[in-house]
Design a protein around this ligand. Structure first.
Ligand SMILES: Cc1cc2nc3c(=O)[nH]c(=O)nc-3n(C[C@H](O)[C@H](O)[C@H](O)COP(=O)(O)OP(=O)(O)OC[C@H]3O[C@@H](n4cnc5c(N)ncnc54)[C@H](O)[C@@H]3O)c2cc1C
Length: 411
């Protein structure tokens, strides 16, 4: 049974939950105004999803580099206390303040001792050891405490003695004047078990993947070093991008995820830049390219570079027998032509839902609640957990939330 150490502290700082671009932006603006900030991130490093992106539309620059500069500023700012591997256990209004219990669940693998040799992962019979996406810096192995049985096989496999399964989660109570939620988004589960969109074949074949997984799969620093390959190592010749997979669909979530049309165009462009012989087809409901320069990105650049667009939602995605690719059955609703085509890789795009705020409140059902402001109690949301947002919008919202919070505190 786990032991919990409870340390009581009290102060009048601001809590920012989520260390993606929105949370970083909020934390830095508050700190620059002289406020103390607790920046809480459930992963081992700040940067959120943006740090995991290979490229960023609309500039097509690297995703990691600009975020890393901001991460360093956060880490080095004397007013910001960064809590990684930490989540909010509970939060209560408390006489004009908020009393918050943070739970720090340390990684059983000490990053200082880990040489990332990977011997611990196959040693685990419960699949509890995994590496963060291969192109994410700093690389880290993580033991999922909910799966770990404590058998110690990973300890035996580790050549540097970096694993200590006795590390216990620790709770810490703080009192803050304001809260900013910046918990970003989760990718909806579209596997057959979820019944959200069983016809799309999620989980039935490794070459049918969601867009976050595809971003890693084709990343320059990813497992294929920028090459576009199937999971059996064959070069991919045809890639299908299926838009609104698990979005704008009452079986999963009715909202548009807003960023997916643009990142499908971005991914297809990068596939063809690296290998112009690869055919890329985007199956769309209607293309949504809101944002400065986005329409140019779509019409003058992506279309001009030979990316194909088909209006229609495929009705069936199915692995072909003998590992001979993936069949996609669809109707082109502009020409009213039904068709079935074979692809090597299928990317399911959509179904981005708001990240959960506290432990145990994950939105696992059909109800998607974006995190609302509670201005009367000085709690605000920003970034993707407030409403679907691209990187620029998320960062701007983070700053806006910081400014509103400050105004309230100084009133
Ligand atoms: C495949 C894909 C490609 C994309 N490409 C682009 C692009 O090229 N250009 C662009 O502008 N946008 C792109 N986007 C959108 C972009 O990822 C988002 O705009 C951006 O990540 C939003 O930032 P955020 O800080 O709101 O959320 P996130 O990046 O999701 O960050 C949220 C952070 O909060 C942490 N967190 C979550 N819950 C908790 C909790 N309970 N406690 C503590 N921490 C928590 C998470 O670990 C994460 O670090 C893309 C999205 C996808 C899916």
């Amino acid at each position: 049974m786990r032991q919990t150490t409870r340390t009581e502290t009290s102060d009048d700082s601001i809590l920012v939950v989520g260390g993606g671009v929105a949370g970083i932006s909020a934390a830095l603006d508050l700190a620059r105004a002289g406020r103390n900030v607790h920046l809480v991130e459930r992963d081992g490093e700040l940067g959120g999803r943006t740090a995991r992106l290979d490229k960023l539309y609309p500039t097509d620059h690297c995703g990691f580099c600009p975020v890393w500069t901001e991460v360093r500023l956060c880490r080095n700012h004397s007013c910001i206390t960064v809590h990684t591997w930490t989540t909010v256990q509970s939060i209560e209004p408390d006489d004009g303040f908020w009393t918050v219990v943070l739970q720090h669940a340390p990684n059983a693998i000490d990053p200082a001792g880990c040489i990332c040799c990977g011997r611990c992962a196959p040693a685990c019979s419960e699949d509890a050891v995994a590496m963060t996406a291969p192109h994410v810096y700093p690389p880290a192995f993580r033991i999922d405490a909910t799966r770990c049985t404590g058998c110690g096989d990973c300890i035996k496999a580790c050549p540097t003695g970096a694993i200590d399964l006795k590390r216990q989660p620790e709770d810490r109570r703080i009192r803050v004047q304001g809260v900013i939620w910046a918990t970003g988004f989760e990718v909806a589960d579209l596997s057959a078990a979820s019944a959200a969109a069983p016809e799309l074949g999620a989980g039935s074949h490794a070459d049918i993947m969601d867009a976050m997984a595809f971003e890693t799969w084709i990343a320059e620093a990813g497992p294929n070093r920028g090459q576009v390959r199937c999971h059996d190592g064959r070069p991919a010749g045809q890639v299908a991008f299926i838009q609104c997979a698990g979005a704008r669909d009452r079986r999963s979530q009715p909202q548009c995820s807003m960023v997916c049309c643009m990142h499908a165009l971005k991914q297809a462009r990068w596939v063809r830049r690296r290998n112009p012989d690869v055919r890329c087809v985007i199956f769309y409901t209607d293309l949504r390219t809101e944002g400065r320069g986005y329409e140019t990105y779509y019409r003058d650049e992506a279309l001009a570079e030979g990316i194909e667009l088909v209006r229609g939602r495929p009705g069936l995605v199915h692995p072909l027998p003998g590992g001979d690719g993936i069949a996609v059955k669809y109707e082109n609703t502009l020409t009213r032509t039904p068709a079935m085509e074979r692809f090597d890789l299928v990317v399911l795009n959509g179904g981005l839902r708001p990240g959960s705020t506290c432990n145990g409140s994950a939105p696992g059902d059909m109800t998607i609640d974006f995190v609302a402001d509670d201005k009367a109690r000085n709690a605000r949301s920003c970034g993707f957990c407030k409403a679907p947002a691209d990187v620029e919008t998320a960062a701007v919202q983070g700053s806006a939330a910081a400014m509103e919070t400050l105004t309230e505190v100084l009133r």
